[in-house]
Design a protein around this ligand. Structure first.
Ligand code: HEC
Length: 317
């Protein structure tokens, strides 16, 4: 073996065994280190919102959530998921995957019994995640949109000099985890075009383009972002998303195609709210309080008929 013989010297057999043991030990240590690292990278704790909810939504909710509760099983709320199905067995027993009917159903080899019903089985990785999640106590989390944002520790990254501000590090950490390199920075014209479409839905004008190209200050880009955020086009662009959800542009009725004249105060209100950066609760009081407060902020001077049309849209969201 080349590895253990050195030129001009022969090793005693005890020495050879010693070296072999050393090599094996090093290999074992390296493997353990790599495994620990992968474990660390994939994160030990299974998180409901990140890891489990997407699986349930994708594969189980069509038949087990909200109004559809096949065999009395629903995965919409934790209390329901911990309940008992028609079979009399508990769907999820926190800490005990092997006593949970859910696990029995997703791992069954009988296609008549296995879930998802009459479909391909869940991939082994998903089954493992669900098993680990139940073992760890089947902790539930609110939908992320309802969880107040909390400051997160800034991740440690290998190429810290790539990051210009703390947020970049979160992106870089994920790229490094996935063994991806960041793309090279785009040229200035592309950057301005992209950010203009993102924030205002419009391309930059020639003058805006040349002003940006001529600006060599280190915060030239940030200045453009501020300019675009301050533009009234910003509110128009982002209100469009909301107005689509509220079906602002729809006509009135289903079987009839009636017009809905005079609903523009609702549109103006939403645009203005975005431009004033009002908090959600102030923008859409219908969800937090009575319609009378909406009436007061939206269109107190408009004729009653028009107000009621506006209210009919406002009530949708
Ligand atoms: C296409 C509809 C459909 C989908 C999708 C589906 N199920 Fe079901 N599920 C059923 C039906 C129908 C039954 C009742 C028949 C049976 O027991 O086999 C059932 C029964 C069950 C039961 C047994 C309830 C009892 O009686 O105790 C469990 C647990 C269950 N499903 C879990 C799941 C899980 C977990 C998923 C997602 C991986 C899933 N199901 C996806 C239709 C579905």
């Amino acid at each position: 073996m080349k590895l253990i013989s050195m030129p001009g010297r022969t090793l005693s057999s005890a020495g050879k065994i010693g070296i072999v043991v050393l090599v094996l030990l090093t290999a074992a240590l390296l493997t353990a280190w790599a495994a620990a690292r992968i474990h660390w990278l994939s994160g030990d704790e299974v998180r409901f919102s990140r890891d489990i909810r997407p699986i349930l939504n994708q594969s189980c909710m069509p038949c087990h959530g909200g109004v559809r509760q096949k065999n009395g099983v629903s995965f919409l709320f934790r209390e329901e998921a911990l309940g008992t199905g028609k079979s009399g067995r508990r769907t999820i027993v926190p800490g005990k995957p092997d006593e949970s009917e859910l696990i029995a159903r997703i791992t069954s080899s009988d296609p008549e019994v296995r879930m998802p019903y009459h479909a391909a089985p869940l991939p082994a990785k998903q089954v493992d995640l669900i098993r680990r999640w139940i073992k760890q106590g089947a902790k539930w989390e609110d939908h992320w949109a309802f969880a107040p944002p909390k400051a997160q520790p800034v991740p440690v990254v290998k190429h810290a000099n790539w990051a210009r501000q703390p947020l970049d590090r979160f992106i870089l950490a994920r790229l490094e985890n996935e063994k991806l390199d960041p793309s090279p920075e785009a040229d200035k014209s592309s950057l301005l075009r992209r950010v203009s479409f993102d924030l205002t839905g419009l391309p930059p004008t020639e003058q805006e383009q040349s002003a940006f190209l001529a600006d060599h200050s280190p915060d030239a880009y940030e200045k453009q972002v501020d300019r675009l955020l301050a533009s009234s086009r910003y509110g128009e662009r982002w209100a469009a998303v909301w107005l689509d959800l509220a079906r602002y542009a729809d006509t009135k009725g289903y079987e009839k195609d009636n017009e809905r004249p005079g609903v523009w105060p609702y549109r103006d209100w939403v645009i203005d709210a975005f431009n004033r950066n009002l908090p959600y609760i102030a923008v859409f009081p219908t969800i937090s309080s009575s319609l009378s407060s909406w009436r007061a902020i939206c269109c107190p001077t408009q004729p009653l008929k028009m107000r009621s049309r506006v209210l009919s849209i406002a009530r949708r969201l």
